[in-house]
Design a protein around this ligand. Structure first.
Ligand code: FAD
Length: 459
């Protein structure tokens, strides 16, 4: 790091909040993806004034700044691919206000998702997006990635809950977007522009979120399917049957095999299992929805159906789904977690296509996902030291993207574009869309200092 810039950064955040030590730079060179690149320094900012000063300095001296929450991105969003400074927001971690009567909370960006859930629980409220990384990922990261999770089918994703934001812009000014109201159509929706913007347009320093009352009752069921497409058809049918499950998840055969090899769960190695949850305020309502789901499972040739009769049994049914990521990382040296999303009716087609692509390229691609909202995570396991295998991985990924786009789907449902899918943006977005997106980036950040190299914005 240039000595003058280093001194200036230390003047802003203090010696104790600056590092350029090798061990820290190696840690900050990675997120949860396979990408890596070292930054030149990292700072922990604790106020918007500090962030503004850092960004003004970056604009003057022309060095990149990458905001970072917990670094759990699976698509390289947080990797500082052009070096520069990591702006770690983990110490801006206060829940500023919970206002139950207005159904909203105000938080700093470094608050971990699970901490907010703990704070809301005594009030009988929750913040529904529920990413599987919620015990570590931050709300700033969740907003910047538009995180989703297992409750997406019923409750949507982060974008459905962000009411207002405070953002430090790339020129150092502080922008306030949105309002504290449940409804507003006042001016352009600048709030939504920042949700999912992957830290490329500004640094989020305060977040106002809508919260939901938490239905007190849940019921859980699991069904096995000998045919993957039957499972896909059951998903599609449930979602247009008139009820909305609070979760509807899929675990495929490759994942079940991996789970059996690495745990003592002893699961049936069928082509797929579906796990469904319903929630409600009365037993009748919750039961009615579950019965409908079980009927649809039967109609679509489920080979076995289990229904949890207690919270412990429900937890046991969820174990296969919740253990999947940890187990997949044991299959081979490297993992590439895909994040495709398709219209719900295309679920059977995409499930079969991924399975065929795995066979064609002789790869293991265990797949789990949020079937109820059409979002799947085929996870390619591979040995990154084997160039021939790497070539097959790339070809298989491209085949998956081509199929997803052919089915009217999208490259990413919740993990974002980042580095992983930047070069495939053109498959989904035509020249006009790319032109507008690059124009927005230039308008906000003419010197391209915020998280450069992501989303194909600076090509
Ligand atoms: C095991 C595992 C499970 C996962 N499960 C899910 C899941 O179910 N659903 C899901 O959506 N994702 C999931 N993810 C991906 C990841 O956890 C999410 O994308 C999460 O939202 C990232 O939060 P973070 O705090 O780690 O952000 P980081 O990874 O640190 O940052 C992500 C992006 O946000 C930007 N950013 C962070 N903070 C700010 C800020 N204050 N202002 C502006 N930009 C900012 C960064 O620059 C970067 O571009 C999973 C990851 C793992 C490892």
């Amino acid at each position: 790091m240039d000595e003058i810039i280093k001194r200036a950064l230390i003047d802003i955040v203090g010696e104790e909040n600056y590092t350029d030590s090798l061990i820290d730079m190696v840690s900050y060179s990675k997120d949860a993806s396979e990408f890596k690149h070292r930054p030149d320094a990292a700072v922990w900012a604790t106020t918007k004034e500090q962030i503004s000063a850092i960004i003004k300095l970056a604009n003057r001296e022309k060095f990149p700044v990458t905001a970072r929450g917990a670094g759990t991105s699976l698509a390289g969003l947080t990797v500082p691919i052009q070096g520069g400074v990591i702006l770690d927001l983990g110490r801006m971690n206060k829940i500023i206000k919970i206002t139950i009567e207005n159904r909203l909370v105000v938080v700093q960006p470094g608050v971990v998702y699970a901490r907010l859930e703990e704070a809301l629980a005594p009030h009988g409220f929750f913040f529904p997006p529920d990413p599987a990384s919620g015990t570590v990922s931050t709300l700033g990261g969740n907003v910047a990635c538009n995180a989703g999770g297992i409750k997406g089918a019923k409750y949507g994703t982060t974008k459905d809950y962000v009411l207002a934001l405070e953002v430090v812009l790339p020129d150092g000014r502080v922008l306030h977007t949105g309002s504290n109201c449940m409804k507003s159509v006042s001016g352009y929706d600048l709030t939504k522009l920042f949700v999912g913007s992957e830290g490329t347009l500004g640094v989020i320093t305060e977040i106002t979120l809508k919260i939901n009352p938490k239905p007190p009752l849940t019921l859980t069921t699991m069904a096995t399917f000998d045919d993957l497409e039957d499972a896909g058809r059951a998903v599609s049918e449930i979602m247009y049957s008139g009820i909305v499950p609070s979760a509807l998840e899929i675990v495929d055969q490759q994942t079940l095999i991996a789970l059996n090899q690495n745990t003592d769960l002893n699961l049936p190695e069928v082509e797929a299992i579906l796990i469904a949850e319903t929630d409600g305020y009365t037993e009748e309502e919750t039961e009615f929805q579950l019965a409908k789901i079980i009927d649809i499972f039967k109609k679509n040739n489920a080979s076995a159906i289990k229904r949890a009769s207690s919270a412990e049994e429900a937890e046991a049914l969820w174990t296969a789904r919740k253990s999947a990521y940890g187990v997949m990382s044991r299959i081979n040296n490297n993992l590439f977690v895909e994040d495709l999303s398709v219209p719900i009716s295309k679920m059977p087609h995409v499930l079969r296509a991924v399975s065929n692509i795995a066979k064609k390229y002789q790869l293991k691609i265990p797949t789990v996902g949020h079937a109820g909202d059409g979002n799947l995570h085929p996870t390619i396991s591979f040995d990154g030291t084997n160039p021939e295998e790497m070539r097959r991985v790339e070809e298989a990924s491209e085949a998956i993207y081509d199929k997803v786009i052919e089915l009217g789907g999208t490259l990413t449902g919740e993990h974002g574009i980042g580095l992983a899918k930047a070069r495939f943006m053109h498959l989904e977005h035509d020249e006009v869309s790319m032109d507008i997106m690059r124009g927005i980036k230039k308008l906000f950040d003419p010197n391209n200092i915020l998280n450069p190299g992501k989303m194909a914005l600076d090509e």
